[in-house]
Design a protein. Structure first.
Length: 367
């Protein structure tokens, strides 16, 4: 039987039953790669919420979401965030999710502790709970803040994995996903929703895949019914889950024990390959794909520059990288030189990006 302070392990992962703040203080400094936090929202619901047919809406009315004042909530938030910063590795990241009730307060404390915000993401709920009273707009989204431990952190972002998941388009910061429902939604013995704010696994899959590597340690200090743990086990990550509610923890353990890890070899290879695919323009010179003094031009061939021996370009009196000169000739603040510039190769016009991709493929095939 689980008791407060009790720790259970599953293949290097850990369940901890106890008060989040107390248990966080016992974890080692600089020990986890990523933290996902779904803290109490402090919804301040004073009475039951009814549908038009007078049935009760499953809202957040549990004691864990109750605080006497904003001051108490702020103190609580600041304390657990301080511990999270201590526990997080120097190149780690933290994710916070919330509604309009608390997300701005979370962001305030996050920045005061010198975390560095990387993105705020809008989770657009495809199937939100309607506003039954008709007195406000329907709350159809939650905000997720993604931040690194510091401005100097060399954090993990698996850009190409996310792009691949998004039909080979850059993944944007607005995610349209359904709320947790159907078989995934855990029920109690009365067949009612077990946890009022259970998050969908699809949401956590994006978060875990985007910001961790296989084998990384993920901490969830408000574990609930274990969505973070289930996703981590499925994707080959380790986790530490802290939860104060015995019923939730029992459900989480049962749920995660039944999770079957998927074959992540393709994902792992994608992450590994993309981490190695930074090809400097100078490499094209070294491999003889282009030559010093050769002309380089845009797609219309009405703008031409000269390739210099040091890997820079020269356009009139301006000298700089393929990106800098590309931006200069277009009078723009920035430019992706790899897609802007072309050269002649075997009497054909090709993008220099084609040469870069050839070097990438050659580099990958050697491993």
């Amino acid at each position: 039987m689980l008791r407060s302070g009790k720790k259970l392990k599953i293949r290097n992962s850990k369940f901890i039953l106890g008060n989040s703040l107390n248990e966080l203080k016992l974890l080692d400094s600089d020990s986890v790669d990523m933290i996902f936090c779904d803290p109490p929202y402090f919804l301040q619901l004073n009475k039951e919420l009814l549908r038009p047919d007078m049935s009760i809406v499953d809202g957040v009315k549990e004691n864990w979401d109750k605080f006497s004042s904003y001051a108490e909530y702020d103190h609580f938030t600041n304390m657990w965030l301080k511990e999270c910063k201590r526990i997080l590795k120097k190149d780690g990241t933290i994710w916070l999710i919330g509604t309009y009730h608390n997300i701005y307060r979370l962001g305030f404390h996050l920045q005061n502790l010198n975390f560095w915000i990387l993105n705020d993401i809008i989770w657009n709920k495809v199937n939100p709970l309607p506003n039954f009273k008709g007195t406000r707009f329907t709350n159809a989204h939650e905000v997720i803040i993604w931040a690194s431990k510091s401005k100097k952190s060399k954090y993990t972002f698996n850009y190409h994995t996310m792009k691949k998941m998004n039909n080979n388009k850059q993944m944007r910061s607005d995610w349209s996903l359904k709320v947790c429902q159907g078989k995934e939604r855990l029920k109690n013995q009365l067949k009612k929703t077990l946890h009022s704010t259970q998050k969908p696994e699809e949401l956590l899959e994006r978060i875990v895949l985007s910001s961790t590597k296989p084998g990384d340690f993920v901490l969830d200090p408000f574990f609930g019914t274990g969505t973070t743990g289930a996703v981590c086990k499925k994707l080959g990550r380790k986790f530490i889950g802290i939860e104060s509610n015995l019923t939730y923890m029992k459900a989480a353990k049962k749920r995660i024990l039944n999770v079957v890890p998927i074959n992540t070899s393709e994902i792992e290879q994608s992450i590994k390959n993309n981490a190695l695919k930074k090809i400097p323009f100078m490499d094209l010179l070294k491999k003889g794909l282009i030559k010093p003094g050769e002309k380089i031009f845009n797609s219309k061939e009405d703008i031409r520059a000269i390739i210099l021996p040091n890997g820079n370009l020269k356009f009139k009196k301006q000298e700089g990288s393929i990106h800098k000169i590309g931006a200069y000739v277009q009078n723009k603040p920035a430019c992706n030189g790899w897609t802007y510039w072309f050269v002649k190769f075997k009497d054909k016009k090709i993008s220099i990006n084609t040469h870069r991709n050839q070097l990438r493929e050659a580099s990958t095939s050697k491993e």
